[in-house]
Write a protein that binds this ligand. Structure first.
Ligand code: ZN
Ligand code: ZN
Length: 259
């Protein structure tokens, strides 16, 4: 029984880790941009030093192993020992509803844990590492310390205790969070019309401002908690609109003068 459970946990971890790594490198490659001259860059004229880019990739590969482990422990406890709420019978409605419920629960978990990490006793030793990526690039998403992950990513261990969600739906939610997090660190506004204020969906600008201004914009999916708690940056809505407009209007290249 113990060996069987250990092998199940190990197998789940290997599959989840492989998935997270594959999605990290494919999405990162697609959305990586570190060209300070790019006209639609949220922080024009700035680039992340090459050694920090390498640091972020290496640390992300380590971090994803611990995130996969937390997800796999929660999954094994649910599957083998029925720890957590039983999932709703499978239907289109239950999939949509449990996905939405999990998004709201994760948003709440992450928002409050993230605020805790920004308090004096925790920030310097645990969370500062992530904020050293300025400006962030797509590879920066999972560049966190191990303890930082224990705060923010332990949702994936506890999710079945919070939501009646099928394991496969929870995995899709994790992959959605992974992809949106990588794009959210890319430094270019890829959010599109769905993030146009006052949309509840986070834009890339939302998290880019968090790296710049520290004490604003803590949530991962929605602007709801930030609006409710007064932690949305005062220029958030105006800057999102401006960055979306800059993405729509192609940059006008200046012609070299003949004179
Ligand atoms: Zn970040
Ligand atoms: Zn932070």
């Amino acid at each position: 029984m113990i060996l069987d459970t250990a092998l199940y946990l190990l197998g789940t971890w290997a599959v989840v880790y492989a998935l997270l790594i594959a999605v990290y490198f494919v999405t990162g490659r697609l959305f990586f941009s570190n060209d300070p001259a790019r006209a639609d860059k949220i922080q024009p004229g700035r680039a992340l030093p090459a050694e920090k880019v390498r640091r972020d990739i290496l640390q992300s590969v380590r971090s994803l192993a611990s995130i996969a482990l937390m997800f796999s422990i929660g999954h094994t406890l649910y599957t083998k020992f029925h720890v957590g709420f039983a999932e709703w019978p499978l239907s289109v409605g239950s999939v949509v509803l449990s996905f939405l419920l999990s998004m709201l629960a994760y948003d709440t978990w992450f928002y409050w844990m993230h605020r805790l990490l920004h308090t004096k006793p925790f920030y310097r030793r645990i969370h500062r590492w992530h904020h050293l990526s300025l400006p962030s690039v797509a590879w920066s998403n999972n560049s966190d310390t191990l303890v930082d992950n224990l705060f923010l990513q332990s949702y994936w261990l506890a999710a079945h205790l919070i939501c009646p969600i099928a394991p496969v739906v929870l995995l899709v939610h994790k992959l959605y969070d992974h992809v949106s997090g990588i794009i959210g660190h890319s430094g270019v506004e890829h959010g599109g019309g769905i993030t146009y204020p006052p949309s509840p969906f986070n834009s890339v600008t939302h998290h880019d401002q968090h790296h710049r201004f520290f004490n604003y914009n803590y949530s991962p999916h929605f602007t709801l908690w930030d609006r409710l708690m007064g932690t949305l940056h005062p220029s958030h809505d105006a800057e999102v609109k401006e960055n979306l407009r800059r993405r729509r209007v192609p940059a006008v290249q200046e012609k070299p003068s003949d004179a």
